[in-house]
Ligand binder design. Structure first.
Ligand code: KIV
Length: 269
């Protein structure tokens, strides 16, 4: 390299080094302007495939295409300058083989400018995670409730209710950590299991409906802002944007109907 460029964003090694330290702050974002706000507070921002449900009204994340992830990923990278941006690999873009996963992950990184990708799955994805990380693609893993497998799981169900299943979840977490994942999202998992995984793996765990013992938390931005019609019960709602928008749009409609809107001379000063 002929010239050193200053890396301003939070890096993958900086996130990995937060294991057992100050909790990692994270939210999803799909949109340049909201991402700019989140960027001032979050260590990393996930362009999650939940955007299929939140932004596009899909029933699950299974139908999300790679190009949609790239389009939203690019918008979030454009709107931010500080946080590490992680883009989700959608269903069907990485499971078939490590080669296909690399081709699609490289496309996501080149076309969005993101710093890492996330994929779902434990032991079954370990070989792919090793293949990607050895070739320059930082991977955030995701185990527990994995929404892309919701059809196999029979819905969005909390994992680990049956203690006999714990060892399988622990083995999944250890396998992705040993394969080179730099962090692990634990979604929808009973608290003692998430706490135990957090103790037993060397990489930071990021909980969502999991445990406050995790090394950080992620929420879907629209859930914590009160913007989604349905909010999962583990989500603390910090704003009421849904009702605020309803009120503002209703007031606007009333103004227009009563011709209470300004003319051009009052607007363009
Ligand atoms: O797609 C997403 O938003 C996610 C988070 C829920 C972790 O994977």
């Amino acid at each position: 390299m002929s010239q050193q460029t200053r890396i301003r964003r939070t890096t993958v090694p900086q996130i990995a080094a937060r294991k057992g330290g100050e909790p990692i702050v994270s939210l999803t974002s799909y949109h340049a302007h909201t991402a700019a706000i989140v960027d001032r507070h979050a260590d990393f921002i996930l362009v999650g495939d939940s955007l299929g449900m939140v932004m596009h009204g899909m029933e699950t994340t299974v139908g999300v295409p790679l190009d949609l992830m790239i389009m939203h990923g690019r918008a979030v990278v454009r709107g931010t300058e500080k946080a590490l941006i992680v883009v989700d690999m959608p269903f069907g873009s990485y499971e078939e083989s490590p080669n296909i996963a690399f081709r699609n992950a490289a496309k996501v990184m080149k076309e969005t400018g993101c710093g890492a990708i996330k994929l779902e799955g434990g032991r079954r994805m370990a070989e792919t995670i090793r293949f990607l990380t050895e070739r320059g693609v930082p991977v955030m893993a995701h185990t527990g409730l994995t929404p892309q497998s919701s059809h196999v799981m029979g819905g969005f169900k909390t994992q680990g209710r049956d203690e006999e299943s714990w060892q399988s979840h622990i083995d999944d977490a250890k396998a992705v950590a040993e394969a080179g994942a730099f962090a692990l999202v634990l979604e929808g998992m009973v608290e003692p299991l998430a706490a135990r995984i957090t103790k037993e793996v060397a990489i930071p765990t990021i909980g969502i409906g999991a445990s406050k013992e995790c090394d950080g938390q992620i929420l879907v931005l629209e859930d914590m802002l009160g913007l989604n019609p349905w909010t999962p019960k583990f989500v603390k709602v910090y704003g009421q944007l849904g009702p605020m928008i309803e009120q503002a749009v209703g007031d606007y409609a009333e103004d227009v109907k009563s011709r209470n809107f300004p003319g051009e001379d009052q607007v363009y000063r």
